[in-house]
Design a protein around this ligand. Sequence first.
Ligand code: UDX
Length: 437
Amino acid sequence: MRTTTIGCGYLGTTHAACMAELGYDVLGLEVDPAKLELLRQGIAPVYEPGLSEMLARHVESGRLRFTDSYEEAGQFGEIHFLCLGTPQARDGLGADTSQVEYAVTHLAPHLTGSAILVGKSTVPVGTAERMADILDFLTPEGVESDLAWNPEFLREAHAVDDTLRPDRIVFGVRSETTEKRLREFFAPVIDHGMPVVVTDYATAELVKVTANSFLATKISFINAVAEVCEAAGADVVALADAIGYDDRIGRKMLGSGVGFGGGCLPKDLRAFQHRAGELGVDHLMTLLGQVDAINQHQRDRALQIAKAMIGGRLLGARIAVWGAAFKPGTDDVRDSPALTIAGQLHLRGAKVTIHDPKAGATAVEMFPTMGYADDPVEACRDADLVLHMTEWPVFREVDIDAVSAVVARKQLLDGRNILDLNAWRAAGWTARGLGRH
Ligand code: UDX
């Protein structure tokens, strides 16, 4: 069976490689010439554990190929996955769906046989209906076509596993025949006992943005509570543990600190906020706006605490920043709290040195004038303050004595509430968390 993946960014590359892994012949379409060249050589355009090996293996065997031709894609198979980006619109909070629209418009005239377009991109509710209209209008005579929406819930750093073993599969469909064909296609995944939710387009579209907004709300909730803990002399980590034992609440996504970033949570939250406003649901718009505001506030808060710890004067202060990626396990720095905070300190005159196990190179592209070090200890040489911003294991496992030997002042701010503050204090450090004592 043959299938295509239209758009080979983060989502598309992972999807294409995983479909090849399931045994399908896959053609990936990518219009960016630089990315296409890498993919054809079997090189993943992003760092993701396990992805490069899988990609290289299937490119080598010929089961996975790449093209930039919509004509070739249309003729290649009958199930086409739309994995295009939907970035935040330049002129506002909403999502820009133009790449998805471009793909449907350019693929539809080349479809053959009985084709299904399966949208995986995260889109504002109402987009699928609009894409279905375009598809119906542009499908050549004698060809059958249909559209389905099948949102993707993969997390960076776990993308391969989340694609092959998702918590659930959602099909937004308008025909039973399409549902049946999708169930057949995904049988190797569904057979692991995965729940399948079959619904209409609008619900399927909303499932994704609702899930991400809910996760974001959990994080902002605990971060707002962390501020209360700080004011009241309580400990937010023990508190999160205690409420997390209630399985109606759960401990996941209650990690407090400098907040959420990345290519999905902030963007999806804002897009949903905007769409809720368009649909006249003002209370939800306000709620989501607050979730975003609380999240942004954590970055300012960390900045203010850092400034206070070094005596109020950033100009000339030496600050080591541990982490640049928006979370561990990735080289992605999009909307990263770590890099935003480092950048702010740098712009205010501090001498910042960053270490990140994977994201150093991408961070340099954004802030070429900041300092970068190859290991966590070296980043701390002569530092007045160490900021722990992305919870890579290497920071948890660092030799405290080795760090103590190179710093100017033994001061640590744990922006992820993960480090053992008592161990640092025992070595003579002033060590702080956010919402801890
Ligand atoms: C997220 C969703 O989890 C995923 O289902 C969706 O498909 C895409 O968006 P991802 O962006 O890869 O995935 O990251 P996630 O692991 O959810 O973390 C998002 C951000 O929240 C990171 O910046 C992380 O550091 C932060 N976070 C996460 C917290 O601050 N506290 C937590 O407890 C968990």
